[in-house]
Design a protein around this ligand. Structure first.
Ligand SMILES: Nc1nc2c(ncn2[C@@H]2O[C@H](COP(=O)(O)OP(=O)(O)OP(=O)(O)O)[C@@H](O)[C@H]2O)c(=O)[nH]1
Ligand SMILES: [Mg+2]
Length: 359
């Protein structure tokens, strides 16, 4: 893996630790990480000709089969690098897309991932990058659908158009379901947040569902909705969604617009945060930015600091949560979610009795 540090003023690079985790999730073992400090990126190869040759030698020595760049490469840079080595080269975005390709289960999810892959790779493919044929079926080179990813540009353009139509069709069906829901005036609460924050765990706890919740990045791709009943015949719909990440590839965001569109119906967003993460601040900022980009910043939001058990002392967890005006919870301990449930109820039914108060 190649990681480049640039001086202030340049875009902050993605965390190399997180990219290592992404690689592990995708099924890649990273043999070595080369860190380079530069005054500015090399226009042609990003890391410069000499450094690139050094990296290639290192790969040959270690028996590496793939080079991962911890940043987005321009199509020109990817091409120049591919011309220097016979090893396939992928960037962080392709790594993320690969995880999505492996995870996609539903037809809808598969369509969206394939669209994202084609859109992202289109400019690369226009250069007839030979590295792509070597990637076929491997990390960075597999798709969720039946389509071969190595295609000529006209075929790709046609396929993109078909995918867009199919996704729009699914989105229209979803809109119908949502309309019925809105007509019945059931409030919708959506869990949002950084990947691996514990959204699905909390969702399962609050709804009794059993969606996939694992210690890995991007466990959840498909949105799930469940009714939650409260005393006094009250109910709401809770939804679980795909997690966000720093430097979220725009191609992915665009393709997932159909899925994320559901968030526009939410009457309340519950932003779940892994409070034990050393990159807490960056995660908060990444989610804020993504919500803004999706035009969801206006929806009322409750901030939830999850994984209090991992922060050690309860007082410390509570102080940190207070500092950020967040509600502390531990999604592994059901009683800890009472304040959150009360806050949600208060949002919709101000006059209702707090949980456990009875009447
Ligand atoms: N210690 C601890 N672990 C938790 C807590 N909540 C969730 N986890 C763990 O964190 C990991 C991620 O949980 P998920 O619920 O899959 O996270 P998510 O936000 O849905 O993640 P994505 O779907 O990948 O975006 C799992 O291993 C959970 O068991 C918590 O309160 N404490
Ligand atoms: Mg999840």
């Amino acid at each position: 893996m190649v990681h480049v540090e640039l001086p202030e003023g340049y875009a902050v690079p993605a965390s190399p630790d997180e990219t290592l985790e992404l690689a592990t999730t995708a099924g890649v073992r990273v043999l070595d990480t080369v860190v380079q400090r530069r005054e500015r990126p090399d226009a042609r190869t990003f890391i410069g000709k000499g450094k690139l040759e050094e990296v290639i030698k290192l790969c040959e020595g270690a028996g590496a089969e793939l080079i991962i760049f911890n940043q987005e490469l321009s199509p020109g840079q990817a091409k120049a690098i591919a011309e220097t080595t016979s090893l396939p080269v992928i960037d962080r975005t392709m790594l993320i897309l690969d995880i999505f390709a492996q995870r996609a289960q539903t037809r809808d999810g598969k369509l969206q991932v394939e669209l994202a892959q084609l859109r992202y790779r289109q400019p690369f493919l226009l250069h007839r990058n030979p590295a792509f044929s070597r990637l076929e079926g491997r990390i960075g080179g597999r798709g969720p659908g039946e389509t071969k990813l190595e295609m000529d540009r006209r075929v790709i353009r046609d396929r993109i158009a078909v995918l867009e139509k199919m996704i729009e069709h699914v989105a229209a069906q979803r809109r119908q379901t949502r309309k019925r829901r809105t007509q019945r005036q059931v409030p919708v609460v959506s869990l949002v947040g950084y990947t691996n924050a514990g959204k699905s765990t909390l969702f399962n706890l609050l709804t009794g569902a059993q969606v996939r919740a694992r210690n890995e990045l991007f466990s959840t791709l498909d949105p799930t909705a469940r009714r939650v009943r409260f005393p006094e015949e009250r109910e709401l719909v809770l939804t679980d969604t795909v997690g966000f990440i720093e430097h979220l590839p725009p191609a992915l965001l665009a393709a997932f617009r159909a899925t994320l569109e559901e968030l526009h119906d939410a009457d309340l967003l519950v932003h779940v945060v892994d409070m034990s993460s050393p990159r807490l601040k960056e995660h908060l900022a990444a989610v804020d930015e993504t919500l803004k980009a999706l035009e969801l910043a206006e929806i009322p939001r409750i901030l939830v600091f999850n994984k209090t058990d991992r922060v050690g002392k309860t007082e410390r967890a509570e102080a940190l949560a207070r500092l950020h005006r967040a509600i502390p919870v531990c999604a592994l301990e059901p009683p800890s979610t009472v304040p959150l449930v009360d806050a949600i109820r208060f949002q919709f039914w101000r006059a209702s009795q707090p949980t456990g108060a009875g009447r």
